[in-house]
Design a protein around this ligand. Sequence first.
Ligand code: GLN
Length: 470
Amino acid sequence: RKCLSLIQKTKFLNAYITVSEEVALKQAEESEKRYKKGQSLGDLDGIPIAVKDNFSTSGIETTCASNMLKGYIPPYNATVVQKLLDQGALLMGKTNLDEFAMGSGSTDGVFGPVKNPWSYSKQYREKKQQNPHGESEDSNWLITGGSSGGSAAAVSAFTCFAALGSDTGGSTRNPAAHCGLVGFKPSYGLVSRHGLIPLVNSMDVPGILTRYVDDTAIVLGILAGHDPKDSTTVQDPVKSFVLPNLIDVSKLCIGIPKEYLVPELSSEVRSLWSKAADLFESEGAKVIEVSLPHTCYSIICYHILCTSEVASNMARFDGLEYGHRCDINVSTEAMYAATRREGFNDVVRGRILSGNFFLLKENYENYFIKAQKVRRLIANDFVNVFNSGVDVLLTPTTLHEAVPYLEFIKEDNRTRSAQDDIFTQAVNMAGLPAVNVPMALSSQGLPIGLQFIGRAFCDQQLLSVAKWFE
Ligand code: GLN
């Protein structure tokens, strides 16, 4: 009830698209009954959680923040949602995002932008007041980052203890960095994507947002494992993800990729990054500079592969099976076209257009196939570094702290979105686990996080390092 009342009090953040109050209260009642009867409890019994609105939830509207899916009520739960419910979690609601998870600001959904709770922190407000040119209270709120900004705001504002995000190119780690949270992207294939409405099937993974690394490990322990409904999940028996209390980092080799030192990196993030490296060194870890030489191609490569898969994925939204259908009935083609024009925003339409261009017969070899080859080179960069003895990579998560909304929307959003993902997208193309861990507050009083990247399927080791660091 306390979380529900916080949801009401923080409505202005626009973190939730749907609040499933009745569902949560009913689940809480059942949980209480189990507790009183002394029955065995699930790992999350009675714990409020939130779910990004691109995961299917049985009987609860699932919109992807798009006109296309407004009013769509799935008949089944995504595997990850079902697993959380099976452990007694209380579903507080569905969280806001960029339309179909395309973006890195949580500013582009049909329900409006998500506001970063840190915009209202005492420290940030005080700093702003010291600035005589600071904008007025109402207009200078900060973005959460995205696209899982609703999930990040929901955890950050204490309306739930964990939230599901999705991560295709950074969408869980980016808002976690901007909202001072742990944001984890598991190895591709460790967690089922069944019921996660796809953006880029070959890169999408469900992500986890929590306040502490241990909480992420608990949730990962519940979610991980083979799912017959997702053929890309691995068959390996599920290991435990419980993290040790005492973590020895002195035997670790930490790699610092030199290509990540880009000119756009803010000086504050840069100095925290080097401070973190010093911290590991002072504990006896080996810290070495490494090279990921194909990093400079990662944004453009992601763009080609992402839009190509989007073009294919979005074909299912034709006005017949799902959600929106416009009432033009001159011809089927006219109905398709008008439905898709009304249903998708210009970001989605733009990506469909680019993707179809790259997939044209005359472009396929030169763009799509070439991008797939470059993707392999990007992935091999990581393999080479890990084969040379590096255990974990340490990098920034974002170029800078959260920016005010008005600043974010000034530039062409799509260009900005691409630049902002410089440290996160390559990891998705390589399928590796990665996590944002909050490091410190900036001089503005805003959270800055750093990213750890691990070997494929060494998620537990990665989270142990993150826990030591937090
Ligand atoms: N910002 C990236 C994009 O718009 C990544 C989004 C995501 O991870 N869902 O494609």
